[in-house]
Every structure is written in C-alpha cells, then in structure tokens.
Ligand binder design. Structure first.
Ligand SMILES: [Zn+2]
Length: 382
C-alpha cells in the first residue's frame, strides 16, 4: 500500500517529449468523477507519506530561490477558499531526474535535473509549477483513485468508495480498463494544462514558456528508467493541438493584464521553435534531400539548424547545449515565414558522416548554442 500510494503521487509527474503516452484510439471523453465532500483518502495518504517524501527532499532555497518565488506568485492565483485547504510548499528532490509531481496536501516536488533545467528562468518554473498546482487544486489524485475504483467494479456499478486497506483483488486488468485509465489520465493532464496556462497568464508568465519547456525536455531526450512516471502524459505536440484554444485564450489574457510584456514577472516570452517531422527524399543516384519544416515564435535574430550524426541512439544523450562537432552540418535561418523549410542535400560523400555513424537528429539552436527544438530523422531510403 505504501509503495503503491507513493507511486500514485509520483504518477502526477509532468511528462514531456518522447515519453508521452501514445494517444489512445477513440478520443471520446470519459466522465471525470467529482470528489465527494466526505472523501479524505487523498489527504490521509498524503499525511502518511509526508515524512518519507520530506526526508527525500529539501526546501527550494538558495539556487532554487527563483522556483520558490514563482511558486508563491502562482499560489496567490488560487481562489482563497481553496488555497487555505493546502499546505503549499515547494521541495527539491536531489536525484538529477527530470520530473515534477505533487502531493494532495499541496507540496510540489521538483527533481533536481528539472530544477536545474528551469534554472534562473522564472517563466520555465511557472510552466512546470502551474501544472502541478492545478493538479492539487483539482484534487486529481482523488479523482484518479475514484476512477480506478469505478473500473475495478466493472465500470458499471457507479463509483463506490471501497475500504482502502483491503487488497483490490477485484481489479480486472483488462485491456479495456487500462485503455480507459489511459484516456482518463490523458484528459486530466489536458485539463491541468488548461488551468495551468490561465494561472500563468494571471500571475504574469507568458503561456509560450510552456511549449518552450516541453521542447527543452524533448531535446534532452529520454532517461531509461522513467517510463512509468511519464506514461499518463500526452506529448506537448499532441497537447498543442488539443490546447490551442486554451493557449490562445491565455495569451490574450496575458496581453490584457500585462501590456508591457518585458515588465511582467516572467519577462519577455521565450523563443519557441516548432519543428515538424523532417522528410527524406532520394533525389539522385547517390543523393538525398532532407527537408525540415519549422515555425518560430518571438524570434528577433536567427536560429541555427543542425543536422546531427551519431551512432545508434546516442544523439538522444546529447546535452541541451550542443557543442560543435565536425560531423554536423549547419544552416542559419531567420525563420520569418509562418512555415520555414530548411533543406539539406546529402551527396555521396556526406551520406555516412563517419564509419558506423548515421544522421539521426535535427536540432535547432539559439545564438548561444542552446537547443530550442529537436526532431528525429527518418531512415534514408535506399
Ligand atoms: Zn500532470
């Protein structure tokens, strides 16, 4: 029970990039249960787990002070009635992982890899914290528990509050139940995103920091042991589509409240690059053409598009700051049109960048060499 509850708290980690859930077939929505007034299991579980979670984390001070400041600004946006029910606190888990999760008691845990990635950028902090705060206020832990119980009871008996101390032997791990749970999780994530975006706009952080954070994480690639934590979370690119209305609404609200963007708590919005999947075409006997369609937001200078080579999947291990490499092929672009396409032509000699290596990724870098976007290359056709 302990371990399971800890896992459930962690399952509200934000998940990005490669580790997003594969979209579930049939996108009809599920009914997200309301939490009955007498339901306290979430609060009780949080209290029981708190000593363990506190021992594994430290207060967000010192180098993480930006995170603390942003956290309190965002919490101020929560309605007073709801705000007073939680013990709001931001904690850092020193394990180098790229996760964040919230406990039903209002404590948000950010793993140190993600905390360092957000670094001194209050906008990036706001992007990850607003989502977690939304989970707490919505009581998503409780909703998920209730939905799981509902599925355990065959999905037809209505929501029954079982005795949590009993083993859930009736759990039918059918494909349908897990698909339903996947769909449910995905829907909750989108709703937390929606509420998080508006919370950011009100508190003075431009909504563009959300895709910027997702792209940073996508560029960072995947760890190996974090899949289960991310499993419930849809990709940003997929979220982007579903969230476009919420994103536009939040952008309008931000502009209305903070007419001087540079003077907002998050400052000017970040450069965001949306790189689509590159296409590869054979154009000659020993010639290939790679086309990378992309769109840039808030860009005032140029970005560099890098065709990157590696052995196997090593490219995904490359850091968010991409060092120069003699095997890379680079192009500069102002990325000014709504759909800019960068074309690379690979002739015979450049097809194999190095023995055993192959072209695997396209990176888009800012003027300082930081990665703004990454896209994977399909295999070169023979
Ligand atoms: Zn989430």
């Amino acid at each position: 029970m302990e371990a399971n509850a800890a896992k459930q708290i962690r399952s509200f980690a934000i998940g990005f990039g490669l580790l997003c859930a594969v979209s579930v077939t049939g996108q009809q929505s599920v009914d997200i249960p309301e939490v009955p007034p007498a339901f306290k299991l979430d609060v009780e579980s949080a209290a029981r787990l708190r000593p363990q979670l506190m021992a594994q984390s430290t207060a967000a001070s010192g180098r993480y002070a930006t995170g603390s400041l942003v956290f309190s600004r965002l919490v101020e946006q929560v309605l007073a009635e709801s705000r007073s029910k939680f013990a709001w606190q931001l904690r850092i888990v020193d394990d180098d992982q790229l996760n964040a999760y919230s406990s039903p008691d209002g404590t948000v845990y950010v793993e140190s890899g993600l905390a360092r990635l957000a670094g001194p950028s209050s906008g990036l902090w706001a992007a990850l914290l607003s989502h977690e705060i939304a989970h707490v206020v919505r009581r998503d832990w409780a909703r998920r528990y209730l939905y799981q119980k509902y599925l355990e009871n065959g999905g037809g008996a209505g929501i029954v509050l079982g005795d949590p101390s009993l083993p859930s032997g009736s759990w039918q791990d059918s494909e349908k139940a897990s698909a339903d749970l996947g769909r449910f999780g995905r829907q909750m994530e989108l709703e937390a995103d929606r509420e998080g975006l508006m919370m950011m706009a009100h508190a003075g952080y431009h909504p563009d920091f959300v895709p910027a954070l997702h792209h940073l994480l996508h560029a960072r690639g995947l760890g190996t042991n974090t899949r289960s934590i991310y499993a419930m979370h849809p990709c940003w690119e997929e979220r982007d589509h579903e969230l476009s209305r919420a994103y536009i609404a939040a952008s309008i609200e931000f502009a209305r409240r903070w007419p001087e963007w540079y003077a907002s708590p998050g400052g000017n919005p970040p450069v965001v690059v949306f790189a689509e999947e590159p296409t590869v075409r054979k154009t000659g006997e020993k010639e290939w053409q790679i086309r990378v369609p992309m769109r840039c937001q808030n860009l005032a200078g140029a970005v560099e598009v890098v065709l990157s080579a590696s052995r196997g999947t090593a490219a995904r291990e490359r850091p968010a700051y991409l060092p120069e490499s003699d095997t890379d092929t680079r192009q500069l672009t102002g990325c000014t049109s709504p759909r800019t396409t960068i074309t690379f032509t690979l002739a015979d000699t450049s097809v194999r960048p190095k023995p055993g290596a192959q072209w695997t990724d396209v990176y888009v870098l800012d003027a300082w060499g930081s990665v703004l976007a990454r896209a994977e290359l399909p295999k070169l056709p023979h």
